[in-house]
Design a protein. Structure first.
Length: 368
């Protein structure tokens, strides 16, 4: 009897233990979520002070920016601001709640010109339960305006010249830029601080243009770009400008086709002097164009070859006079239309005995 009571008592004890274990297991997940972000096991309800965000602001050389900029955090109608300190750091240590917050830095400061390297505004999903503060970073670079003026020896402004700005030795975080001078002969750069080397090239269509450097003597110049700007530098050249003739050769489709003219490649074009001698010749490229440059000023006749199966829509030659008044270059356009194929039959009438040609005989060709 006592043995049976002992077994029942142990069985009851085991059931009670199992029930207690199940109760604890059911409570634990709830307690874990509830305590996330609070003092471990304290049961304290999380507050905004449990989420923090720390950040840094650096320039394009990875150095801290200590200029007192303002960073704003916004979410669901709430906006919080933090100032960047002398070490380029800022912190949001209160007021943050779980959610997708937007962080934005004020790029404009005291009228200076800055641009973001990293986005100036981005979102971060904030949640409770972080061991440390969220870390974010903004990267900005300050820009200085450098105006490059391109002139000839008579101080005429020159358009379409290519100006290149390359970082000098030691300017490690910069990249090269290239701009073309505008109608006022100016190329405008916005560059980061540091040493830059400027060089020039003639317009792309005039790669073989002959010129002499006047200022600077060696064709390049170095500039240390630093606060305050802006800067203005000049390139001055003596241009050895000769004449130029550009020729465009194109196939002109029938007017009712609605098609545009198409360039013709491989057509021979030549220039004749006033005395009829050929001065230069060449063939049109894939774009239907050919350029004759470095021509002495004066009269020329531009001539195109004629081909079977093509009818000239324009004259097959043009008389032109190349002079500085044309800007040094003249455009000549040759238009051709493809014609219906034409055939010829050539024959001989001979004496069968001696193979001697017989003149005066009438030969008739009739369609079958």
């Amino acid at each position: 009897m006592s043995s049976r009571m002992s077994m029942e008592w142990h069985s009851t004890k085991a059931r009670l233990g199992l029930a207690l274990l199940l109760s604890v297991l059911m409570i634990l997940p709830f307690a874990s979520v509830y305590a996330a972000g609070s003092v471990q096991g304290s049961g304290v309800v999380p507050t905004g002070s449990d989420i923090c965000v720390e950040g840094t602001v650096i320039d394009h050389e990875e150095k801290p920016l200590d200029d007192g900029r303002i960073v704003t955090a916004s979410y669901n109608g709430v906006s919080i601001a933090a100032a960047v300190d002398e070490d380029g750091e800022f912190e949001f240590d209160s007021g943050l709640t779980p959610g997708r917050w937007n962080f934005t830095i004020d790029v404009v400061k005291e009228g200076e010109e800055w641009e973001p390297v990293t986005p100036a505004s981005f979102d971060v999903q904030l949640e409770y339960g972080q061991d440390d503060c969220y870390q974010i970073r903004f990267k900005l670079r300050r820009l200085m305006t450098v105006v490059v003026i391109k002139i000839d020896e008579d101080h005429n402004r020159l358009a379409d010249w290519r100006i290149r700005a390359e970082p000098a030795s030691g300017n490690k975080f910069a990249i090269s830029y290239e701009e073309e001078t505008n109608g006022n002969g100016e190329a405008i750069f916005r560059l980061t601080e540091g040493k830059w080397i400027f060089s020039e090239l003639p317009p792309e269509d005039d790669d073989d243009l002959q010129y002499e450097n006047v200022i600077p003597q060696w064709g390049t110049q170095e500039l240390n770009v630093e606060d305050p700007g802006p800067y203005t530098i000049r390139f001055k050249n003596r241009l050895n400008i000769d004449g130029c003739i550009r020729v465009l050769k194109q196939d002109v489709p029938p007017a009712d086709s609605g098609d545009a003219p198409f360039p013709l490649q491989g057509w021979k074009i030549w220039l004749e002097r006033a005395d009829g001698t050929v001065y230069k010749s060449g063939y049109t490229g894939a774009d239907g164009k050919i350029k004759f440059d470095n021509l002495p000023f004066g009269p020329y006749t531009v001539v195109e070859e004629t081909r079977v199966g093509w009818t000239a829509s324009t004259a097959s030659s043009f008389d032109v006079t190349v002079s500085p008044d044309d800007g040094g270059c003249i455009l000549v356009v040759f238009d051709n239309a493809q014609s219906e194929p034409e055939y010829c039959i050539e024959g001989y009438k001979v004496d069968a005995n001696g193979g001697v040609g017989l003149p005066g005989w009438t030969i008739t060709a009739e369609p079958l």
